[in-house]
Design a protein around this ligand. Structure first.
Ligand code: OAD
Ligand code: ZN
Length: 636
């Protein structure tokens, strides 16, 4: 796997000529076209090597033969037997949203990994016909030959791998058609009985998830014990195979026994289901469908009853039951310092005028239809100018330290220094204000969408000097706000000193490009024991960071400080229906100042008065006067 992490080698002459041929007709046109082709080459190589795990040599051979379409290259590799199909991305994902609904088996219901064989019966023609001819020969008793088998973790059906007759995939596809469940994903999660890896058909990825651990541990146990047993019993392969056939039947019987003794009612449901299965001629029976739907135990919330005001939130923060706090922040947090957000009236997307940007008609149309197109990685590589023109004021403002940390930033800083309970701040903001203006330790912050204060090349990855980049942005990129009289009238690209492509950009995460590794490394662990999630100034519109709101434990209190309620589609509920979501409506500086007042942190804020944005500073001044006034009148 080590080669996966290495950068692909530069394009060979042949590959470059494939790329060149693709644009031959327009080879004299602007350089960005060539850049885009080369970028596509890099992208294909990157995906084939790091996502699909093929070696560089194999990836390159495929790209040279069929071009940069990853699917075609992938098929070429398999068709020509250049490498084994790894079945999709080899890096396991940790945030599969399907685990909760679609993993239903309990450890004691697992079949023996060594003895389970494909449940598909060739006599049931329908599903075979759907898939066309069986790939491997069906045995005389109508079963698939031995090979890797996959266990459905929802219903315990076993289906053979795509190298045998792909009945694991058939099972999944049929379950989606039949009744995909609330999310429509069907029986999407399966464990390989060969290497015990777990695959999600819906995510098309291998998984890691704490809920899977007990199952995998049990399978390991079974497999390990049986390895020892079989070694002790015999070394005749054929005999083992026969024993396995017997053991399968015994295992299926055992599963059914467990089922009936566990729950009579459920068993009758299963029989009914099996009958239906036969009626529709489905290949693999859905053994445990609906069987292990346990009654959800009542939840004990560490916060007791849901707070009804910010005083209640403050009390919980200070209580012993609240041990770990995660903050999820967005653009609303910095608005008062003068940086517009994205999606509000007057925000970056609302005010984006494609006619001001250096772009083709097609590109302008794309941005008109969806302003986020201006911040797409693909668009940037094709034409970096719209993005740089939009970002110019923010790039130069970052260099000039134009903005001040707000009361919301100070709240997070104090949350750490006063309580020691801040596990992490996950910020979508690229302004870097928490690093630049507060004493929050660097390791407490994960900037999930990168930051504005560094730059790199989107093609070769080389980082370059930020000040030099800013000088180039200032001299090369026009100012669409027309505030800078020294700005050029027309933009010219900023080229990378190493690869010479016009692809230097701030280290921000553009749409359709990966988040920093730090997010994937930190988040799964951070969220495990969260008692309080505070969401500040974000529309929660962007994945995957918005998944944090439903990945924190079910017992965690979620407090949202925002102008309007957000997160309904992520399962947040306010008002009468609320169970663990508290909504503090309004500007976050005001809401968090109220909260800090309840927490008794005003005197920690007082010395920061001059380093706050004007509006925040005024608000704090008033609050201090009010509180002193109150306490004065109280003492009178
Ligand atoms: P959005 O603009 O989508 O949402 C900002 C939210 O903050 C909205 O719900 C506003 O109502 C609210 N808001 C604005 N000002 C506020 C204030 N003073 N007090 C309280 N709430 C306020 O910004 P994000 O959610 O941060 O990504 O956007 C997420 C991502 O989308 C960004 O990181 C960026 C963008 O495209 C990339 O560029 C990749
Ligand atoms: Zn470069």
């Amino acid at each position: 796997m080590s080669e996966q992490n290495e950068k692909p080698a530069p394009p060979s002459e042949a590959a470059t000529s494939v790329a060149a041929a693709a644009t031959a007709s327009s080879s004299n046109e602007e350089n960005t076209k060539d850049d885009a082709t080369i970028a596509a080459w890099w992208n294909a190589m990157e995906q084939l090597t790091s996502v699909f795990g093929f070696s560089q040599e194999v990836a390159q051979q495929a790209v040279e033969a069929v071009g940069v379409d990853v699917t075609q290259a992938y098929n070429y590799i398999l068709d020509n037997n250049l490498a084994a199909d790894k079945g999709g991305p080899v890096v396991p994902i940790q945030d599969c949203p399907h685990v909760k609904e679609h993993v239903r088996l309990l450890p004691h219901q697992l079949p023996h990994p060594k003895s389970a064989t494909c449940h598909y019966n060739a006599e049931q023609k329908d599903s075979k016909d759907q898939k066309g001819q069986a790939k491997s020969e069906i045995l005389q008793d109508g079963t698939c030959p031995p090979g890797e088998n996959w266990l459905c973790l929802q219903c315990a059906a076993v289906g053979c791998s795509r190298y045998v007759n792909a009945h694991g995939v058939v099972h999944y596809e049929e379950s989606v058609k039949e009744d995909g469940g609330e999310d429509g994903a069907g029986h999407c999660i399966a464990a390989s009985l060969a290497d015990l890896s777990v695959w999600c058909h819906a995510c098309q990825a291998y998984l890691r998830h704490p809920d899977l651990d007990p199952l995998i541990k049990k399978l390991e146990q079974l497999k390990f014990d049986s390895d020892e047993d079989s070694e002790a019993e015999t070394n005749n392969e054929q005999v083992i195979f026969e024993n396995e056939q017997v053991a399968i039947t015994a295992d299926v019987e055992k599963l059914r026994d467990t089922k009936s003794s566990d729950n009579e009612e459920v068993d009758s449901m299963s029989t009914q289901h099996d009958e239906e299965t036969e009626n529709v001629g489905r290949g693999i029976p859905f053994i445990f469908d609906g069987l292990v739907e346990a009654e959800a135990p009542p939840i004990t919330y560490p916060f007791g009853s849901l707070p009804t005001d910010l005083k209640g939130v403050a009390d919980f923060i200070q209580s012993e039951n609240c041990k770990s706090i995660v903050v999820l922040a967005g653009a609303g947090m910095s608005v008062v310092s003068g940086i517009p957000d994205f999606r509000s009236h007057g925000g970056l997307y609302d005010t984006l005028d494609p006619s001001l940007l250096t772009a083709s008609d097609v590109e302008r149309e794309a941005m008109r239809a969806d302003p986020t197109a201006a911040l797409e990685q693909g668009m940037f590589i094709q034409n970096p100018l719209p993005c740089l023109e939009l970002m110019r004021p923010f790039i130069l403002g970052t260099r000039d330290q134009q903005w001040k940390a707000t009361l919301a930033h100070r709240f997070v800083e104090l949350l750490h220094s006063k309580t020691g309970k801040l596990k992490r701040l996950y910020t979508q903001n690229i302004d870097g204000l928490e690093g630049q203006c507060t004493k929050l330790p660097r390791d407490k912050v994960v900037a999930v969408h990168g930051s504005m204060d560094q730059c790199h090349c989107a093609i070769c990855g080389t980082t370059s000097d930020f000040n030099r980049f800013c000088d180039q942005v200032q001299s090369n990129i026009k100012d669409i706000t027309q505030a800078d009289p020294t700005a050029p009238k027309e933009s010219t690209p900023v080229r990378c000193q190493v690869c010479n492509f016009a692809a230097v950009k701030p280290t921000i995460v553009l749409f359709r490009s990966p988040l920093p590794q730090e997010f994937f490394q930190r988040a799964p662990e951070d969220i495990l024991e969260v008692d309080l999630l505070i969401v500040i100034g974000t529309s929660l519109a962007v994945a995957p960071v918005n998944t944090l709101v439903y990945r924190v434990p079910q017992t965690a209190l979620r407090v949202v400080v925002n102008r309007e309620p957000v997160g309904y589609r992520l399962g947040m509920m306010y008002g009468q229906d609320a169970k663990r979501d508290y909504f503090a409506q309004g500007d976050c500086d005001r809401g968090l100042l109220d909260l800090m007042t309840h927490l008794g942190w005003l005197e920690d804020l007082a010395p920061l008065m001059d380093s706050l944005p004007q509006a925040s500073s005024d608000m704090l001044k008033d609050r201090l006067a009010e509180v002193t006034g109150t306490s004065n009148s109280e003492t009178k």
